[in-house]
Design a protein around this ligand. Structure first.
Ligand SMILES: [Zn+2]
Length: 80
């Protein structure tokens, strides 16, 4: 891996590093770059299932977490 690609990778991680936070409605939210995810009701125990906030508008992007660590991610958004 060249120096340049490492720098790009680091920049990419910095931009898209997930932030676990609470929405103004008191619900848990993941902020990931320009996208936000709501915790789904199907989340059980340490396993979390998160859907994009635009899920109701047909966006299929999801995140699966375990102990607040992302173990699976589908980044396919249908919007910016
Ligand atoms: Zn989306």
């Amino acid at each position: 891996m060249t120096k340049l690609s490492i720098k790009c990778l680091q920049t990419h991680i910095l931009i898209t590093e997930p932030i676990f936070t609470i929405s103004r409605f008191g619900k848990p939210v993941i902020e990931r770059g320009m996208y936000r995810y709501n915790r789904n009701n199907r989340s059980i125990g340490p396993r979390g299932f998160w859907t994009c906030t635009r899920n109701s508008k047909g966006c299929r992007a999801t995140i699966t977490t375990f102990d607040n660590v992302i173990i699976k991610e589908n980044n396919t958004h249908n919007h910016f």
